[in-house]
Design a protein around this ligand. Sequence first.
Ligand SMILES: *Cc1c(COP(=O)(O)O)cnc(C)c1O
Length: 357
Amino acid sequence: MTRPIRALLNWSHLRHNYSLVRQRSAGLAFAVIKADGYGHGLLAVARALADADGFAVACVDEALILREGGLTQPIVVLQGAYHAGEWQLAAEHDLQLVLHHPQQLTMRQHVVLRQPVSVWLKINSGMNRLGVRVNEADALIEAIQNDAQLQLAYVLTHFARADEPHSPMTNAQWQLIMQRSWPVPISACNSAALLGDYGIDDAVSRPGIVLFGSSPFQNCTATELGLLPVMTLESQIIALHEVLAGEYVGYGGDWQTSSDRRIAVVAIGYGDGYPRHAPTGTPVWLEGVECSLVGRVSMDMITVDVTDCGAAKVGSHVELWGEHVDIDRIARLCNTISYELYCQLTPRVKRVALSQP
Ligand SMILES: *Cc1c(COP(=O)(O)O)cnc(C)c1O
């Protein structure tokens, strides 16, 4: 038998979530599927979203995986070219590159491109990560427009605090962008800006996390937003024990029983990407009952109190998150966000499609 950990992937739910955000978008919606499709599998996610208006990935390497996989939709590379050779790769494979720094334009002048490349100019509207300031944009727009090998397609900006309810900073960032006119349409919204009802009318939105059925907000669940979970992470019970009152469970003796308990050992741990910081009390779903993780998370296993789950047996399927346990609950208990939980799943977790790709 092989290790029983699987990430079951429901592509119908992915398509449901995409069409929900597509309806909320003022214009097109490019599916953001960087970091191996938020851990769900880059090519599989892209293939399941055959009707998407386009895709956004972090780097040229990710974009090439999509092209080699036969995808023909528009692809924008959010960090653009890292070196001159990537401009040529973009030309050869019809990739659109974000230009966020004048240095990238200098690199571009070191190569003669096989065909023109579409460029998205990134504007720093207050996040102070990537992009040029509004008052530096004109010089770059002129340089791009004077370059016969480049085609300015969009300007884009990114919001720092759209996940906070009605954040004034998001409105301020959008005002800064809207204060002037641009020669091309604008791309602005991430998941939170789209579903946070800021009323931002951009030409291309860039939803990521919501496609996978997680909420971008602290105070609003994915279910309340009408989203459906794509991934169900599951494993199995591999041992069951009676632990007497006053005994300790796991490394460090972190958890001591106050009465006799029935403890299940489940084959999943931080070596699979399950968060090591999941505290005692973190929900785990098995045999129709929500049980609690107890004691420390190990590399290959966790321990679960199944005293109140009479049906628990060796071989029982255990859901760590997904259909019955909202991943956002787990993330909050671990002081992180669902994005990180998805991205840190290791190759040991088999990705299994539940519905037609
Ligand atoms: C990752 C990313 C997104 C998507 O963000 P979500 O919060 O997952 O919707 C959009 N735009 C840029 C520039 C990004 O880097």
